[in-house]
Design a protein around this ligand. Structure first.
Ligand SMILES: [Ca+2]
Ligand SMILES: [Ca+2]
Length: 195
């Protein structure tokens, strides 16, 4: 009985047993199992959307506004009907959303559309807008009255971010004269992660 139990234990551990019931070493199939496990563990990262209501068109609104910012007035949205409009004389506006950068992220990119409409001359920056992640300015993204647009412009901004819960902020500041409006729509924040 003891011999039978020993064989059962050895087989369970992946050892081969010869005809005499003698262990002759690790099962050759273990190497194959290891290879298959490695292939199963490897993955092709897929894009995952981290932002809610990036179009500003769905409910619940999710975004926190310091004033009524999400609106269907003024401009036709890149995605109808709503846009985010920041900027009024002598005012600072902000739009917030908490997002989570997932573990194992290899790449995070913020994309979207913007417009800048201003009464200012384009020589000196008086009114500005920017996007921050957890207080850090998003690379490649800062707007002011020197760069007015006549339609929706596309931006693509890579973000260097560590995993965890972060606050995404869109903000603007206008001085006391000659207003500038900063519009945003169709935002998307994607991370490449294993599904
Ligand atoms: Ca929209
Ligand atoms: Ca101004």
């Amino acid at each position: 009985m003891k011999a039978i139990m020993l064989i059962v234990v050895l087989v369970g551990c992946g050892f081969e047993i010869d005809g005499n019931g003698t262990s002759i070493g690790p099962d050759a199939s273990d190497a194959l199992d290891t290879t298959l496990d490695a292939q199963t563990d490897a993955c092709v990262p897929q894009p995952r959307e981290l932002l809610a209501n990036g179009s500003f068109d769905t409910t619940p609104k999710i975004w926190i506004e310091t004033a009524p910012i999400i609106t269907d007035q003024d401009l036709v949205g890149d995605t109808a009907p709503n846009v985010a409009k920041l900027g009024a004389l002598d005012t600072s506006d902000a739009l917030y959303q908490t997002i989570q950068i997932p573990d194992g992220t290899t790449n995070v990119i913020l994309t979207g559309k913007f417009q800048v409409r201003t009464s200012e001359p384009t020589s000196i920056a008086h009114d500005t807008a920017r996007i921050d992640l957890e207080g850090v300015p998003v690379a490649l993204f800062e707007l002011d009255n020197r760069t007015p647009t006549t339609g929706w412009e596309t931006f693509v901004a890579p973000i260097n971010a560590s995993p965890g819960i972060k606050l995404l902020t869109i903000s603007s500041t206008n001085d006391e004269a000659l207003a500038t409006s900063f519009y945003f729509d169709s935002l998307s924040l994607t991370a490449m992660v294993c599904p």
